[in-house]
Write a protein that binds this ligand. Structure first.
Ligand code: PEP
Length: 250
């Protein structure tokens, strides 16, 4: 049985006051009987502040990026061990903004995935096609290639230690959500692809949907059999909206 994971990606938003306000707003409304796991991924410099604000509440903590390197002269980078050290349990790797704006290749993303696992973090592998790729009919080729970069490096068992987030690039930050049917179709195909390497990995790996998910569309998306949660950008910056999605997840 796969547990639902609702993850907020705060991207490069907020400052100390608004970050405190957002986290307090989330903490106050959390309910201990929810079955879903709630994860927040603040900007790196505020992770420790958010950790303090979480206190004894059950909210998981993640970073938005990590270096593939272990340590050394890599100015500006943050290592996986550092993230573990300050209390992170998760890290996003290969978010489409990192791939498109910072030129992260499938191989680099796989190295980051490996570095995260080695440090005891759970990597969330973000994958997804552009609008052009969808229109060309190459969606599944693209997402399989992104997944296979990790399988080639770490095997299916390595991949299965993380989480996959299917985020169609055309749906991220655009207000255009994939329909539940469109999302389910790709999620099912991803699971089928994993099954070709290992049935239990396919059954147990959480596959999140990301791309303009909000309270108003979460119920239908989360009702799909192969959608195990959401990676939420814009809507995670409003405590009430984020909490409303968590409530839908139950
Ligand atoms: C994201 O950045 O991962 C994301 C899904 O953003 P949004 O929810 O704003 O589309």
């Amino acid at each position: 049985m796969r547990r639902t994971l609702i993850a907020g990606n705060w991207k490069m938003h907020g400052q100390m006051n608004s970050i405190r306000e957002l986290m307090s707003g989330i903490s106050e409304q959390l309910q201990s009987d929810w079955r879903c796991e709630v994860l927040v991924c603040p900007p790196a410099v505020y992770i420790s502040t958010v950790k303090q604000l979480i206190g004894d509440k059950t909210v998981s903590l993640g970073a938005q990026n990590v270096s593939e390197q272990v340590q050394g002269a890599f100015t500006g980078e943050v290592s996986a061990d550092m993230l573990t050290d300050i209390g992170c349990q998760y890290v996003l790797v290969g978010h489409s903004e990192r791939r498109s704006l910072y030129g992260e290749s499938d191989e680099l993303v796989a190295d980051k995935f490996a570095a995260a696992l080695k440090a005891g973090l759970k990597p969330v592998l973000c994958i997804g096609e552009t609008l052009e790729q969808r229109e060309n009919g190459t969606t599944m080729n693209v997402v399989k290639q992104q997944i296979d970069a990790v399988i080639n490096l770490l095997g299916i068992d390595g991949l299965a230690k993380g989480v996959i987030a299917y985020e169609p690039v055309w749906a991220i930050g655009t207000g255009v959500t994939a329909s539940p049917e469109q999302a389910q179709e790709v999620h099912a195909a991803i699971r089928e692809h994993l099954k070709q390497s290992c049935t239990s990995a396919a059954q147990n790996t959480q596959i999140l949907y990301g791309g303009s998910m909000k309270a108003a569309n979460a119920e239908q998306l989360l009702a799909q059999p192969d959608i195990d949660g959401g990676l939420i950008g814009g809507a995670s910056l409003k405590a009430d909206e984020f909490i409303a999605i968590c409530k839908v997840a139950g």
